[in-house]
Every structure is written in C-alpha cells, then in structure tokens.
Design a protein around this ligand. Structure first.
Ligand SMILES: CC(C)(COP(=O)(O)OP(=O)(O)OC[C@H]1O[C@@H](n2cnc3c(N)ncnc32)[C@H](O)[C@@H]1OP(=O)(O)O)[C@@H](O)C(=O)NCCC(=O)NCCS
Length: 139
C-alpha cells in the first residue's frame, strides 16, 4: 500500500468497519512505518491489511475486504501473506484485537488457529460499544 492507495483503502474501511479508521489514521500508519499491503483484482483494490512488527511479534492492526469481495479468498491471500512476511521478519507470534460481536472475523481468525487470550471490557466506545477479544497465534 502506498499513499495513492489510501483513498480506496479509506472507502473500503468506511464500508466494512463500524468504527472506521480516519484518513489521518491511514496517513500516520504509513508514516510511522507500519507494514501494509493491498489485494487487487486486476488493477482494482478489493482489500488491504496493515500490521506492525516489533520485537519478534506482529500485530495485525487492520484487515478489510470490500463487501462484495468477501468470501472469495481475498482475506485468505492477505492473511497468508501476513504469515509469510512475519516469519521472514523473524516473528514468533501474531497478535490482534477484534470486536467480540464480530463473529465473522472471529471465525475467520479461528480458521487460522488464532486463540483467545483475554477480553478487554468496553474497549470500543461510541455508537457501537463492544468488548475487544485479544487473540494470538504462535507461528
Ligand atoms: C474478516 C475478513 C477480512 C475475511 O475476508 P474474506 O475475503 O471474506 O475471507 P476469505 O474469503 O478469504 O476466507 C478465508 C477463509 O476463511 C473462511 N471464512 C471466511 N469468513 C468466514 C466465516 N464467516 N465463518 C467461517 N469461516 C470463514 C473461508 O471459508 C476461507 O476458508 P477456506 O479457504 O478453507 O475456504 C472480511 O470478512 C472482512 O473484511 N470483514 C469486515 C472487516 C473486519 O471485520 N475486519 C476484521 C477486524 S478485526
């Protein structure tokens, strides 16, 4: 993902995330050097993934696939690439937080054998309050 992809990534984010990242969140994420990637069908971006890598651990910060493209393998391509890149960087663990009501995403992560480590109560506030489920995967 580079600066020219941010507008589309932001559009996808707004479509699928109940508390979407702001444009600024995307800009500063690139600026601080988070790792990012897009998944394309032809030259159209259908999804993206952003993660940070610190001290042998990857932290999955955002994964989003355009609604119309969900369930068609884009998420898998992104997740497989995260796993490959994390291993290449020397990571031994991947962490993530997910809304406890986001069953679709939780099932997706379970497919990759992520397990629940903890729950942060009332982690998400605003219009759609929710707890956060902390999950991780040893790789
Ligand atoms: C979660 C998300 C990224 C998954 O992407 P996707 O493109 O729909 O997933 P894929 O089609 O690549 O599916 C990958 C695998 O997970 C499985 N899977 C996907 N959704 C699933 C679900 N709801 N239940 C069970 N398994 C599921 C698929 O069957 C597939 O397994 P297979 O390869 O054995 O067939 C996508 O649904 C999304 O963008 N959701 C909205 C944003 C979001 O919630 N992000 C996570 C925030 S923490």
């Amino acid at each position: 993902m580079d600066q020219s992809d941010l507008e589309i990534a932001y559009k996808i984010e707004k479509e699928v995330n109940p508390t979407p990242w702001s444009k600024n969140n995307f800009f500063s994420s690139l600026e601080v050097g988070h790792h990012s990637m897009v998944c394309k069908e032809g030259n159209k971006i259908v999804g993206f993934l952003i993660y940070s890598f610190v001290k042998n651990e990857s932290h999955l910060l955002n994964i989003s696939v355009k609604k119309k493209w969900q369930g068609r393998g884009a998420g898998k391509l992104l997740m497989d690439t995260l796993l490959k890149q994390s291993k290449a960087l020397g990571a031994c663990k991947i962490f993530l937080e997910v809304r406890s009501k986001n069953i679709k995403a939780i099932d997706f992560y379970k497919k990759y054998k992520f397990t629940k480590d903890a729950v942060r109560l009332n982690y998400y506030s605003g219009k759609n309050p929710d707890d956060a489920m902390l999950m991780s995967l040893n790789i």
